[in-house]
Write a protein of this length. Structure first.
Length: 296
């Protein structure tokens, strides 16, 4: 049974918005799907969690979607998510270019996500909406490779939105022990008093993965990280699921886009084509006869 949950709250009489997510089951599914190591489980787990949360905060219409690309030029290579929304449920598909990367722990015993992902690249968020297929690109340089700090930097630079963001994945020998995140946004009428109270609360709060591992509820977590005991729940049981919509027809279109000469080379050299979906690892085979039909 899926025990994941995502909830939206308001704090300080509506001056602060909060979204909290528990994504343990989702990240365990992704870990198995992509055969991730502890290092790549932490990296892709954080990335998938914020991708899903943004589906509930950034996508307004069902025709809209997000494509999120993070490439820090590190050993993991690129991380990519595609996020869609249907009946108020968010569905993501995601992958990491090099899922087998594993690095030693940092001196504090934590997984070294920043080094694995790298810090020399960029975060690119492409919003496609119902008005235009071209979409909107929000491209910002990475600051740490630790995922949460980089997305907070995106919100600050691209949206001029003061944002506190925490993401965490706790990995043990059996897989994902806990995973989730929270995001706090200040409304325009928030004052220095609310900012000071939140800063103080966050300094005292344990990490998000620790709080989830201690089986604290999302309501308890929201109170802890805001310092407001009177938070108001506004949306509950928001779903973040995994769904890949790949098909042989889509890969066929991709082959056609290579052009006649390239398909002829494939036939000459291999006699067939094997394509694989990055998001779900499903393989699609094209025989020589099928490739010849594509040329026609």
């Amino acid at each position: 049974m899926n025990k994941d949950r995502t909830v939206k709250f308001l704090a300080y009489e509506g001056k602060v918005s909060v979204i909290c997510s528990k994504t343990t089951d989702l990240i365990e599914y992704i870990r198995n799907l992509h055969d991730l190591t502890p290092t790549t489980s932490a990296a892709l787990g954080r990335f998938a969690t914020i991708s899903g949360m943004m589906g509930h905060t950034e996508i307004k219409e069902e025709e809209d979607s997000l494509t999120i690309q993070l490439n820090g030029k590190g050993e993991t290579g690129a991380l990519v998510s595609v996020v869609e929304k249907e009946n108020n449920q968010v569905f993501i598909k995601t992958y990491i270019e090099n899922p087998s990367v594993e690095l030693p722990l940092k001196s504090n015993g934590k997984i070294d996500v920043g080094t694995a992902v790298g810090r020399a690249g960029y975060l690119n968020i492409i919003k496609k909406n119902s008005v235009t297929d071209a979409g909107y690109n929000g491209l910002v340089p990475l600051t740490s490779g630790e995922i949460a700090e980089d997305f907070a930097g995106y919100f600050a630079q691209s949206k001029q939105t003061p944002t506190v963001l925490a993401l965490g994945v706790l990995v043990n020998a059996n897989g994902i022990k806990s995973a989730g995140g929270y995001m706090i946004n200040l409304m325009p009428d928030a004052t220095e008093n609310e900012i000071s109270l939140i800063e103080s609360a966050i300094k005292k709060a344990p990490s998000i993965s620790e709080m989830l591992d201690q089986e604290k509820s999302l309501e308890e977590i929201a109170k802890i990280v805001t310092g407001d005991e009177n938070i108001k729940l506004i949306e509950d049981n928001l779903i973040i699921g995994y769904r890949c919509d790949c098909s042989k027809e889509k890969f066929q279109k991709g082959l056609i886009s290579l052009g006649k000469e390239e398909i002829e080379n494939i036939i000459k050299e291999d006699g067939m084509a094997e394509t694989k979906c990055h998001f779900c690892n499903k393989t699609y085979m094209f025989t020589k006869e099928e490739l010849e039909k594509l040329i026609d």
